[in-house]
Ligand binder design. Structure first.
Ligand SMILES: Cc1ncc(COP(=O)(O)O)c(C=O)c1O
Length: 407
């Protein structure tokens, strides 16, 4: 076996499909986000405006978050020093879990090292705990949920995205006494649409299923205290397991679930992805708690965020750009071709200091490649105008250079 060739061929195939990923080398400027310093391949450094961060509210630079992290480092040092079971549970972790349980009005919460691991570990472990489980998973669920469902090694049914009639058809066809979990998201992060929470809860009740809701792109952002779409829609008590991240709107890192005490205790006791890994550093737990607590009260930021997203959508549409029909803070602009999308993203960065990552297959279906914009409360009207002027400049030129017709 020519191993080197195999790896090179794998990358060649990715490149041929126009989905080879190049990471932008960035340093944010604390206090000036969304401005960051970008280091290009020739080593030059220049300021750019970040348009694709999932630090949706700029919490990653909020003084109370940053100071909490510094204070925790000064207090206890850097790492946790072990798994949660073996000396890695600090009072910072305990307090953060309490804060998250309170946010979601649940008995308990459980921290994981990321939202990805929270999904993967929890869903896989449900398969161990519930013999004969059938998992009902929305077809557009995030990769971490797909891996969790696979890891559950149970029967699965994939329901068409947000298609409640299809979900009911599948539930009705399943044995009535089989344990069932319906796994879905509130905000789908690429299109910015929202899952039919209430209708799913109704079906779960009718067919005796547990509900598992990923609120990764909604926590901090929706509801009066930032618990997500379930809070906004008054459905928190009907969601059995809610999963979230501390790495997006909360601006730090880590993931969690919140649920009834018995559920959390069982996952805590049985999920390898929780048990066999070093706990989050205490400083992350401290920063995340500061952020969660700030956002429980900081509704003004959520209002500003929604206003910014609505204004940007309107401005782009008025300027003739194909904004996809998002119901949320996510502003996807359809490009429709991977090579064109990458070219536009490169030109925006190099010629205009505008950083927006191209979103190509397999993250989104082929033909729906897009620029996914995430305006924060810190993106000004002036920045909006700069973005539109830059798009005006690059779109036609990128079409000419790539030979791709404008969608
Ligand atoms: C829907 C969804 N769930 C889970 C995750 C994973 O969260 P984290 O970035 O904290 O690992 C993501 C990340 O993008 C996501 O989009």
């Amino acid at each position: 076996m020519n191993y080197e060739r195999a790896f090179e061929d794998a990358v060649r195939r990715v490149k041929a499909e126009g989905r080879y990923r190049v990471f932008a080398d960035l340093l944010r400027r604390k206090g000036e986000f969304p401005v960051a310093r970008w280091r290009s391949e020739d080593g030059k450094v220049r300021d750019v405006t970040v348009w694709c961060s999932n630090d949706y509210l700029g919490m990653g630079q909020l003084p109370c978050v940053v100071e909490s992290m510094k204070k925790a480092i000064d207090d206890v040092g850097s790492g946790a020093g072990g798994t949660r079971n073996i000396s890695g549970t600090t009072h910072y972790h305990v307090e953060l879990e309490r804060s998250l349980a309170d946010l979601h009005q649940k008995d308990a919460a459980l921290l994981f090292t990321s939202g990805y691991i929270a999904n993967e570990a929890t869903l896989a472990t449900l398969g161990k705990i519930l013999p004969g489980l059938i998992m009902f998973s929305d077809e557009l669920n995030h990769a971490s949920m797909i891996e969790g469902v696979k890891g559950a090694r149970c029967e699965k049914r994939i329901w068409r995205h947000n298609d409640i009639a299809h979900l009911e058809e599948l539930l009705a066809a399943a044995p009535p006494d089989a344990p069932k979990v319906i796994a879905f998201e509130s905000v789908y992060s690429m299109d910015g649409d929202i899952g039919p929470l209430e209708a799913v809860c109704d079906l779960a009740e009718k067919y005796g299923a547990l509900t598992y809701l990923d609120e990764v792109h909604a926590v901090g952002l929706y509801g009066l205290r930032g618990a997500g779409i379930a809070e906004r829609e008054g459905l928190m008590d009907r969601i059995d397991i809610v999963e979230g991240t501390l790495g997006k709107a909360f601006g730090v890192m880590g993931g969690y679930i919140a649920a009834d005490g018995a559920i959390v205790d069982a996952i805590r006791s049985l999920a390898p992805g929780f048990i066999f890994t070093t706990a989050l550093p205490p400083a992350l737990a401290a920063g995340a708690r500061a952020s969660v607590e700030y956002l429980k009260a900081g509704h003004h930021l959520r209002e500003q965020h929604q206003e910014r997203a609505a204004t940007l959508k309107a401005k782009l549409s008025d300027a003739g750009y194909p904004v996809m029909p998002s119901m949320t803070h996510i502003v996807p602009v359809k490009v429709g071709d991977p090579v064109l999308c990458k070219r536009m993203s490169d030109m925006l960065l190099e010629d205009h200091g505008i950083y927006v990552q191209p979103i190509n297959y397999p993250t989104v279906p082929r033909g729906t490649e897009r620029l996914r914009l995430t305006p924060t409360p810190l993106h000004s009207d002036e920045m909006f105008d700069q973005l539109i002027a830059a798009l005006d400049d690059v779109w036609e030129r990128a079409c000419e250079q790539t030979g791709v017709a404008r969608a």
